[in-house]
Design a protein around this ligand. Structure first.
Ligand code: MG
Length: 380
């Protein structure tokens, strides 16, 4: 295919894929990574991203981002970075679109609570590994195989895009070359994710009235500089547009830095092939030191000014409490779950089945279930 001609020597060429668990005939018009991308888009877990929130619940606004629109932003930025570096755009897109499908309801707070409950049973919850279970077995759509039967590199990217896992601790993941770095296509997802949510959270925090312009200017010099540039070029514009202008500048600057620094890292490391990328001791897709520090400023501001804002915390605590109540209820009464899960709970550890059921829920569905279950309980 023509695409292959434009790929850099260190890009993941789809014709070198380690393949699928269940071999399939080639498609006449779509390569394997393009097919993986399309399977993700057609999956149920992908559609559920629409009703999973990141920071703001729908109580704040109905036009804020949800996990689905966040995911589309990651895919769009990812494609730009892939194109600039000569990487495989189809693989990047597949990995970007799948990167959040393992998230339980209520974002990281929901994940922490599930993990806490699982630890009481000597188990754990991790969204990357949950995503792998989704694509390997929970999605049942195809006649000839369980799950989505994705290529090795997409499954590997699901596991390894944001962190390393040791084979000693996770022997069940040993097929994913845990001693090696993933291809650049997977490495860049985590950085792009961060670029996307920093800009998004500032944007929405400002719109919700929780991020205050002057405090942001005081605490994040990177924002102060961008805002001063906008003030110079558009002194009479509306405040909201100037804020957006500054955010756009930061986003563009971060993406450019990621592209240029990664290119420089590739040269410094002298890598020339995917095997070199894999064997390199560190990940090469990264910000420069300067951009990493600027990014840290924004994160620090967001943590104190937004994520720990009482309005957000209150909302989050209420949501997590609902998740927790449901977990304990199903643990004690597995028959209250839908039949498929009740049946699984006869042969598998109940906490694991309950965790899988809850992790798959959208925010709305969880709140509705909680209401229904406890109303029923009160009338029993
Ligand atoms: Mg994400």
């Amino acid at each position: 295919m023509n695409d292959a001609i434009r790929l850099a020597s260190y890009a993941m060429d789809v014709t070198h894929t380690r393949g699928r668990r269940f071999p399939e005939a080639q498609h006449p018009y779509r390569n394997d990574y393009a097919r993986d991308r399309d399977r993700v888009v057609h999956s149920r877990a992908f559609r559920r991203l629409e009703a999973k929130t990141q920071v703001f619940t729908t109580r704040f606004s109905d036009h804020f981002r949800n996990r689905l629109t966040h995911t589309l932003e990651v895919a769009q930025i990812g494609r730009t970075v892939a194109g600039a570096l000569g990487l495989n755009g189809d693989l990047v897109e597949a990995l970007a679109l799948v990167h959040d499908i393992g998230h339980p309801p209520f974002g990281h707070a929901g994940e922490r609570q599930l993990n806490l409950r699982m630890r009481e049973h000597g188990d754990f919850f991790d969204h990357n590994l949950h995503a792998l279970r989704i694509v390997e077995s929970f999605e049942q759509r195809y006649l000839d195989f369980p799950g989505l039967n994705l290529t090795f590199e997409v499954r590997e990217g699901i596991v390894k895009h944001s962190r390393d896992y040791s084979a000693a601790e996770f022997p069940e993941l040993s097929e994913y070359l845990l001693e090696e770095r993933p291809p650049l296509e997977a490495q860049l997802i985590d950085v792009v994710d961060e670029i996307a949510y920093n800009a998004a959270d500032l944007d929405e925090g400002f719109e919700a009235g929780l991020v205050e312009l002057n405090s942001l200017i005081d605490e994040a010099p990177v924002f102060a500089r961008a805002y001063a540039n906008v003030e110079r070029s558009h002194p009479r514009s509306e405040k909201k547009l100037k804020f957006n202008g500054a955010l756009k500048e930061i986003l563009d600057h971060s993406v450019t830095d990621l592209i240029e620094n990664t290119r420089a890292e590739i040269q410094r490391a002298g890598v020339d092939s995917v095997e070199d990328i894999r064997r390199n001791t560190k990940r090469l897709a990264s910000f420069s030191e300067e951009a990493a520090a600027e990014n840290a400023q924004l994160k620090k501001y967001l943590r104190a000014g937004l994520y720990e804002n009482p309005a957000i915390v209150q909302d989050r605590e209420r949501s997590v409490a609902a998740l927790d109540e449901l977990f304990l209820l199903y643990l004690e009464h597995p028959q209250k779950m839908p039949r498929g899960y009740t049946e699984r709970a006869r042969t598998e550890p109940v906490h694991r089945v309950v965790c899988d059921y809850i992790a798959g829920m959208t925010d709305h569905y969880l709140l509705r279930q909680r209401e229904e279950q406890f109303r029923m309980r009160a009338s029993e």
